[in-house]
Design a protein around this ligand. Structure first.
Ligand code: E4P
Length: 228
């Protein structure tokens, strides 16, 4: 499974990139707002992210409400950098926009997906990535991983004829909150998990790893005669 980072924060992206594990970036309007960014700087900010992660897919979300607006946004965003992926919310307006953009070779990440029928519609319209949300189900007392399992199984049962079969559509496990979400997504064969930096750091840590390192340091100090 590939790791994307779910943030618009340039420092977080730089740090995650330095780990050598990053395969992509997803942003959304809330994540951009969190950086304090303004509308006038949005496209420049997306370009900065694209430059930090050259060659890796970077999702930039359109806030257009009409099909025409989404297509225009998609074409403009895609022209900013070759690694831009246009993020659109699943809805009646975004399906034809996705279809048009896919035919132009522009990749769409269909977001706010909460059901298998939505995911199948996204795939049929030509979405290159589909983002089922996990954590927001858990937030309302539902089982996000069970929902993800249904989406993965349904989407992977078919091919859709837009992208190389090996290439897509890929499922991005979104709204990830915990390391267990990452484990479960990988067990289900989801292609990607997009993980906020705080959760990514949690994935790296384990108390037994910390304990083990402390013990090795203490024992090595006996070997070197230095204080641990
Ligand atoms: C997906 O790409 C979204 O940006 C994201 O995963 C939403 O997560 P949230 O539910 O934590 O806001």
């Amino acid at each position: 499974m590939k790791f994307f980072i779910d943030t618009a924060d340039l420092d977080e992206i730089k740090q995650a990139e330095s780990w050598g594990v990053l395969a992509g970036v997803t942003t959304n309007p809330s994540l951009y707002a969190k950086t304090g960014g303004k509308l006038a700087d949005f496209e420049d900010h997306m370009v900065k992210i694209c430059k930090l992660c050259e060659g890796l897919p970077v999702s930039a979300e359109s806030q257009a409400k009409t099909t025409e607006g989404m297509i225009a946004d998609g074409e403009r965003l895609a022209a900013l950098a070759p690694n831009i992926v246009v993020k659109l919310p699943i809805c009646e307006e975004s399906l034809p926009a996705t279809h048009t953009l896919a035919k132009e070779g522009i990749r769409v990440n269909m977001t706010l997906v909460f059901s298998a029928p939505q995911a199948l519609l996204a795939a049929s319209a030509g979405a290159r990535y589909i983002s089922p949300f996990v954590g927001r189900f858990d937030d309302i007392g539902d089982d996000g991983i069970q929902q993800l399992a249904t989406v993965v199984q349904c989407v992977k049962n078919y091919t859709y004829g837009y992208w190389d079969e090996e290439d897509g559509p890929e499922i991005i496990t979104a709204s990830v909150r915990t390391p267990n979400h990452v484990t479960q997504a990988a067990l289900l064969g989801a292609d990607i998990a997009t993980v906020p930096f705080a959760a990514l750091k949690k994935c790296l840590r384990h108390p037994l790893t910390d304990q083990g390192r402390e013990r090795f340091d203490a024992d090595w100090a006996k070997v070197t005669g230095e204080q641990a």
